[in-house]
Ligand binder design. Structure first.
Ligand code: G1P
Length: 297
């Protein structure tokens, strides 16, 4: 059985309606947290975890994403000629070796599970990771790297897990918890976006997954779930019913929900404060604006 995970799927076909009008012409994944596009954070995290094959499930209107990962020889030359080595290094993050990145179109918006299924031929018979770029996770060590280290011991399927307030469970895939062992939780069942008051726990699935190829077969049944969409959560729950283990992994780090405006702004502020070139000036501004805000209350 192959247990090394080298392939990752990035579902990026969503319309990003919450960020209209910006997303009328810019893919949401290109919107920047400070100066790096959202997608770059997921790519960096995947690379750190040892991923070498990057599979994007895109849709119409997302071609800016492909350009972002292309080489920019003229720009590189200009930077080299003017000795801007730091910027050149930064550019390298988005330079993907030919053949390491593949784009697949999801032709109909049928849900996250369907988007993942669209990549099935690239996955074949291997375990694979899924990263939802809206979930940006900062910390000492990348979330996927932490999961892959744990997965080497557990095998099976694994989902990132995080405690959320009861009022929020309706927005997530929720885990029915079994035995706990350190950061690992044995998953007895999973429900996608349960109605308020019906969630089996408040342990939510966050957008990082390590999955066995059999999940693709479950997705290929095209069973509609919450919101009439084909849900990844349901296909993973199906694995449990088939007697295949699924683990939740309580990762270390801070997760920002960059699919929402408030989460995107929080991530922007947090990342700006982490940057040595911005911390001081931006910190002074934040202090002054929060004082003004309190004074106005
Ligand atoms: C998706 C998944 C959900 C998961 C969430 C994490 O939902 O379907 O199970 O909890 O991502 O961010 P979405 O936020 O795309 O509606």
């Amino acid at each position: 059985m192959i247990t090394t995970v080298t392939k990752a799927i990035f579902p990026v076909a969503g319309l990003g309606t919450r960020f209209l009008p910006a997303t009328k012409s810019i893919p949401k994944e290109i919107m920047t947290l400070v100066d790096r596009p959202l997608i770059q954070y997921a790519i960096d995290e995947a690379r750190e975890a040892g991923i070498t094959d990057f599979i994007f499930v895109t849709a119409k209107g997302k071609s800016a994403l492909e350009d972002y990962f292309d080489r920019a020889p003229e720009l590189e030359k200009k930077l080299r000629d003017s000795n801007k080595t730091a910027l050149l290094e930064e550019l390298k993050r988005s330079d993907m070796e030919s053949g390491s990145i593949a784009y697949i179109r999801q032709r109909e918006a049928k849900g996250l599970g369907h988007a993942v299924w669209c990549a099935r031929r690239f996955i074949g018979d291997e375990p694979f990771a899924v990263l939802l770029p809206d979930d940006v996770i900062s910390g000492q060590q990348g979330c996927l790297k932490q999961m892959i280290d744990a997965y080497r011991e557990t095998g099976g399927n694994m989902v990132a897990a995080m405690q959320v307030p009861d009022s929020q469970t309706k927005n997530y895939g929720i885990i029915d918890k079994g035995a706990e062992n350190g950061r690992l939780v044995s998953v007895k069942g999973m429900v996608e976006k349960p109605a308020l008051g019906t969630a089996p726990s408040n342990l939510a699935v966050i957008g990082r997954y390590i999955l066995r190829p059999e999940v693709m077969d479950a997705l290929g049944k095209f069973q509609q779930g919450a919101g009439g969409e084909i849900q990844l959560t349901d296909a993973i729950a199906d694995q449990i019913d088939q007697g295949r283990p699924v683990h939740g992994f309580r990762f270390e780090g801070t997760r920002f929900d960059c699919g929402s405006k408030a989460g995107f702004l929080q991530a922007t502020v947090a990342f700006a404060l982490e940057r040595s070139d911005l911390r001081e000036e931006f910190g002074v501004f934040l202090d002054s604006i929060t004082h003004l805000h309190h004074a106005a209350e």
